[in-house]
Design a protein around this ligand. Structure first.
Ligand code: NAP
Length: 299
């Protein structure tokens, strides 16, 4: 079977079109403009390009948007003071602090300083807890993007065997929490494998998967004989494996794409699969945060 490609950019564009319509309606009917601040400490080139892309998308959607650049030597106390200002600002519904932060700042302290109702990255422990008990407004962007890709391309995962490879706090664990929810787009039977899983057992689990979500950070790890015919494969991995002739980073996912796509029914490419979804899900969270602040949705 030659798998159908799940093109993240196309799905992301579709979701952004839906969001634009929702933002227009919120403005017209409720006089509500979603507001997002992105805080950048220093000028790390990777972080600058992420923040620029986030700002560009938020402008396109018609958000009230602030890009707050801070010097790399800002103190932790000053950064917490800045968060306090945005926590209290009624025009700001979403606060994003671009990571990584300089070494003299405790990232956890900063992330925990964001009001959970404005925490559009959904990394605050309060939001992690809300997600686990199923009473949440936001989901972390990358696993939420994976869920959208599955739901829109493959279909409802209800009752399917989902295997998640990896258990990081930003991808693997929230992916598990999302897929076990008793909700549309989830309600699956979920297994999580990791470095504590003996390799033969891991392969056994992967072979059972109707939907295999891989976030291990190991290039070309998942082999064709580890998956069953017709599996839907979501490859979150982004691994630099060298340089192209034009001097760009050569990327590989966590899945042996060429071989696995011969057996899968659906598969995400790397790049161009999960990656394009992340910023769009951040925008979705910001719209939700605005509705939460306005009392249009309740937890
Ligand atoms: P991470 O924090 O390094 O976590 C990797 C997880 O995979 C860990 O739980 C680890 O297990 C597990 N693992 C590592 N090697 C394994 C193996 N051989 N077999 C089974 N499990 C293994 O990475 P992450 O932040 O979750 O990211 C994972 C990948 O996704 C990376 O390539 C990253 O670049 C990519 N990513 C992409 C996006 C995107 O937008 N497309 C966003 C985030 C991450 P232990 O817990 O036992 O160590």
């Amino acid at each position: 079977m030659a798998a159908k490609l799940i093109k993240g950019a196309e799905v992301a564009a579709q979701i952004r079109a839906e969001l634009k319509q929702e933002v227009d309606e919120l403005k017209a009917k409720h006089n509500l403009t979603p507001g997002l601040v992105t805080i950048l400490v220093g000028q790390d080139p990777g972080s600058v390009s992420y923040v620029t892309a986030k700002q560009k998308t938020s402008h396109e959607l018609g958000f009230y948007s602030i890009q707050d650049n801070q010097e790399p030597d800002i103190t932790e106390a000053a950064l917490l003071g800045l968060l306090d200002k945005y926590n209290k600002d009624p025009k700001i519904h979403g606060i994003l602090v671009q990571l990584p932060l300089p070494k003299h700042i405790d990232s956890n302290k900063v992330l925990y300083g964001i009001n959970p109702d404005k925490d559009v990255d959904a990394f605050h422990p309060v939001n992690v807890g809300r997600i686990l008990i199923g009473n949440y407004a936001f989901l972390p962007c990358t696993p939420a993007g994976c869920q959208e890709l599955i739901y829109r391309a493959y279909g409802d995962p209800k009752g399917k065997e989902v295997v998640v490879v990896g258990r990081s706090n930003i991808v693997g664990k929230p992916m598990v929490a999302i897929m076990i929810q008793k909700r549309a787009g989830a309600n699956a039977t979920v297994t999580c494998v990791h470095t504590g899983t003996p390799k033969d057992k891991m392969i056994e689990h992967c072979r059972r998967a109707d939907i295999l979500i891989v976030a291990a950070g190991v290039p070309n790890y998942i082999q064709a004989d580890w998956v069953k015919e017709g599996v839907c494969v979501i490859d979150v991995g982004v691994n630099r494996i060298g340089m192209t002739e034009s001097g760009k980073a050569k990327l590989a996912g966590d899945v042996d794409f060429a071989a696995v796509s011969e057996k899968a029914s659906f598969i995400t490419p790397v790049p161009g699969g999960v990656g394009p979804m992340t910023i769009t899900m951040l925008m979705k969270n910001t719209v939700m945060a605005a509705k939460l602040a306005a009392g249009l949705v309740k937890l």
